[in-house]
Design a protein around this ligand. Structure first.
Ligand code: IMP
Ligand code: MG
Length: 206
């Protein structure tokens, strides 16, 4: 599975158009809340694809830490700089996986009484959903595989890949005793694989 840069660009433009249509009639700007760090590239591109007025805010939330599995422990590391009370708010996420991060965030933000609160995610991995979250705008549905690139990381790496690709399971350590040496081997493997563009086929859902 691979989503090429051009497919990402097209999708982001389409999402931007839909969001502009939906919020265009509002007189006040919509507050886009990008969730760091994964959504940074998506937010930057999406914001420029929206023609209606926006304000940009960033939040940082802990989710995975050093693992590819959701711990269920979610913490706000960086909060908003402004009040969202009575504002139209659109959360911009990289990926919705179990949904735990998002449901926590939605609960926190709802308590601040925004005028509206919606979610826009680039990727949706519905196979792993453990809590029900409503997603207003979604880019691509992805299979139950660990993806990296275009903001998404594994151990903070691969965010700068201009495409989205799958990380091989052996690279996120099913072997818990793998340690640093195993890590390095995997890093080389994935880096090599991505550099040559092998093993990645297919595309998103349009
Ligand atoms: P959730 O709470 O399980 O929905 O996890 C959401 C967060 O986990 C996302 O915002 C990502 O930061 C991270 N995440 C989930 N799946 C992936 C993946 O396949 N690749 C990279 N990060 C992921
Ligand atoms: Mg994230």
């Amino acid at each position: 599975m691979l989503i090429q840069p051009e497919a990402i660009r097209k999708k982001v433009r389409a999402l931007g158009r839909r969001i502009s249509e939906d919020y265009g009639t509002q007189t006040d700007a919509v507050v886009l809340i990008g969730i760091l760090k994964g959504a940074m590239f998506f937010l930057a591109d999406l914001a420029r694809a929206i023609t209606s007025p926006v304000e940009i805010e960033l939040m940082s939330i802990s989710s995975y830490g050093f693992s590819t599995r959701s711990s269920g422990v979610v913490r706000i590391l960086k909060d908003l700089d402004v009040s969202i009370t009575d504002r139209h708010v659109l959360i911009v996420e990289d990926i919705v996986d179990t949904g735990l991060t998002l449901s926590y965030l939605l609960c926190k933000l709802r308590a601040r009484h925004p005028k509206s609160l919606r979610v826009c995610t680039l990727l949706d991995k519905p196979a792993r959903r453990s809590v029900d979250v409503s997603i207003a705008y979604s880019g691509f549905t992805v299979p139950d595989e660990f993806v990296v690139g275009y903001g998404l990381d594994f151990n903070q790496q691969y965010r700068n890949l201009p495409f989205i690709g799958v990380l091989k399971p052996e690279c996120y350590g099913v072997d818990e005793s793998g340690g640093e040496r195993g890590e390095q081997v995997c890093r080389d493997k994935v880096a090599g694989r991505f550099a040559t563009g092998e093993a990645a086929t297919g595309g998103g859902d349009g």
